[in-house]
Design a protein around this ligand. Sequence first.
Ligand SMILES: Nc1nc2c(c(=O)[nH]1)N[C@H]1C(S)=C(S)[C@@H](COP(=O)(O)OP(=O)(O)OC[C@H]3O[C@@H](n4cnc5c(N)ncnc54)[C@H](O)[C@@H]3O)O[C@H]1N2
Ligand code: MOO
Length: 401
Amino acid sequence: MENLTVEEALEQLLCHTKEIEETEEVSLLLARGRILAKDEKAEFDNPPFDRSPVDGYACHFEDLSEAKSDTPVCLKVIEEIDAGQYSDREVKLGEAVRIMTGAAIPTGCDCCVRQEDTDYGEDTVKIFKSKKKWQDYCFQGEDFKKDTVLLKKGTKIGFVETGILASMGRAKVLVKRKVKAAVLTTGDEVMTPGQPLLPGKIYNSNQSLLATRLLDFDVELVRIDTIQDEPQKMAEAIKEIAGQVDLIVTTGAVSVGKKDIMHEALRLIGAERIFWRVLMKPGMPTLFSVYHDVPIVSLSGNPFGVAVSVDVLIRPMLHKMTQDETLAIVHKKCVLKNEFSKKIKGRRYVRAFVDETGVMIPCGLHSNGVLATMAGCNCLIDMQEGRPGIHAGEEAEVLLL
Ligand SMILES: Nc1nc2c(c(=O)[nH]1)N[C@H]1C(S)=C(S)[C@@H](COP(=O)(O)OP(=O)(O)OC[C@H]3O[C@@H](n4cnc5c(N)ncnc54)[C@H](O)[C@@H]3O)O[C@H]1N2
Ligand code: MOO
């Protein structure tokens, strides 16, 4: 297949993408960003006991009905219970316990009084304020009740979820295994940053850009490499890594030049060629193949093409593999704040910045080989074919990055 629309290309990409079924247990502090592999149900009430929300005294509300600042009620203090301690003693009418925030309230008590409303007494205490039944009193299970599903399978674990899991007593958590991917860039003209630049060369920006974006999507990068522009070398690299990954992404060498070696490399290993060329700018010459059930997405070499294709084409595949809802593409309609006067021949993605006031296209060059003007951008404007440019005040379809 050739010259597919973005939607047709996505259909093919997703048709060759499988959900990851394997799970693994990870310790809670390493669970950030992972996807829960099963529902997490509470095995006990939390808190597991009635507790005091104040530093003060626990007692019977009935005893305090007449308590006022000028006519305090005096109660006998029978015990002190600090947080972490537990008492079996029953508190009777006329009695109180000294209690600290978070400590278990003993039986008999039905309210707590903050110490500022007392004389801080040790053996007896004067209380200057009346209370309602269960006032300043936290019940067992007010956070969660035994047998309640607190987190559903498929939830992405963030700081709140790790807190909830910890309060459930989990030291380890069952999560989906991460997607494993390899990033292979081509180009005899590219050099690894950090070396002095030689004539005719440029630095390899695709590798870092792509690897970082895949890390944003919580992908485990099993191999990141630069391969010479020789079909045999690329063929070997793909063969070597295919058994260890769920996805291979390459950049460059997919067009029609003499050194566009991806076509030959994939032929050499007998990969099934699914499609070539997607009707979009940038990223038009994208080539998609499958080798031993592993999808290989070969993106064009232009860095802006890579930046667009990783979100437009690869992100939906990762969404399917992980079922991570945060990877679902979000489209929004926004008002354009400035002008993009180029006539749109085919479908085009334009770098832009969106906020609550609208969407703004950066000035400077918008060529597919130009990455620098994308700095600070947080979205792409999805411009449909045939649109005669787009003007300030018009509505634009935005894809959030
Ligand atoms: N005669 C034709 N020429 C071209 C066509 C065409 O249809 N007929 N299509 C053009 C389009 S559109 C694109 S996109 C490019 C795609 O070419 P490739 O995907 O084969 O990519 P390369 O030629 O390898 O590289 C393109 C461009 O990007 C630079 N590049 C490559 N890799 C990196 C990297 N890792 N880091 C930074 N920059 C990289 C490379 O030096 C080139 O400048 O083909 C057009 N030509
Ligand atoms: O499709 Mo290419 O990335 O237009 O320049």
